[in-house]
Ligand binder design. Structure first.
Ligand code: TMP
Length: 238
């Protein structure tokens, strides 16, 4: 597999073409941003952890029947993935109140829910990724009705699978963000990454935050938290 020209550079990853038009290479950076890029920094070793964690989790999801873009890990920071057209939605699933949900609805962080929730943001940096509801995203054709049905079904199933897995590692999956993409034939699959950048992961015993909130909120110990969450995953995922 030959790595060809860079197609795109995002906040945390670069994407390259390959000699197979159906495959891309993603290369994970240590760069970290928050608040739509307003806060910038770097988390040493993050790219390696996010690459390896995302691949392991996607492999598990694939085995459990969720189609994903993951093909093959190529190096510490590089992975071969299926080329998709990204559905411009950030899909957020929550098990406990935290972050923007707590702020918006005045509910203390850590408050458990009656049932998991799902919400969507329109993936658009210029607009600051505004929240959007089902009827609105259908109205402006961000997804088709059958695609939205698939995204909802996969997202709640991913939550069940990941929540159970992290629980075995002594970690509470508070919430997370997913992105989906369309293959050339229109099939919707899970894309992007699943990592401490895109999930809230709390130590089940102590409540310690083992995710990017340590960077967003200047809590310190960011690198240690990423290393700790990766160690928890590795111990359990043999
Ligand atoms: P929020 O509470 O700030 O809306 O975040 C919900 C989840 O989504 C949390 O696990 C962090 C993740 N997330 C991203 O992956 N990318 C983003 O740009 C934002 C704002 C949140």
């Amino acid at each position: 597999m030959q790595k060809l020209e860079q197609l795109y550079e995002g906040k945390a990853k670069r994407v390259y073409a390959t000699d197979d038009p159906a495959l891309l290479i993603v290369d994970y950076k240590d760069d970290a941003t928050a608040f739509n890029g307003a806060k910038k920094g770097s988390i040493a070793g993050k790219g390696i952890i996010n690459n390896q964690m995302s691949n392991r989790l996607m492999h598990r999801l694939e085995q459990a029947g969720i189609p994903t873009h993951f093909v093959q890990e190529l190096s510490e920071r590089e992975t071969l993935v299926k080329r998709v057209e990204i559905v411009p939605l950030e899909v957020i699933v929550r098990n406990l109140a935290a972050g923007s949900f707590s702020k918006r609805y005045g509910i203390e962080e850590g408050t458990p829910f009656e049932a998991p929730t799902i919400e969507f943001s329109y993936k658009n940096d210029a607009l600051g990724d505004p929240l959007i509801n089902d009827s609105q995203l259908l109205a402006i054709r961000l997804a088709k009705e059958d695609e939205l049905e698939t995204i909802n079904r996969y997202s709640f199933r991913v939550n069940e699978l990941l929540r159970a897995f992290w629980a075995e590692c002594g970690v509470t999956l508070v919430d997370f963000k997913l992105e989906f993409g369309r293959l050339a034939d229109g099939t919707v699959i899970l894309a992007d990454e699943i990592s401490p950048d895109t999930c809230r992961l709390w130590d089940s015993a102590t409540g310690k935050k083992l995710d990017k909130d340590r960077f967003r909120r200047d809590l310190g110990g960011v690198e240690d938290a990423y290393a700790e969450i990766m160690r928890r995953l590795c111990e359990h995922d043999r």
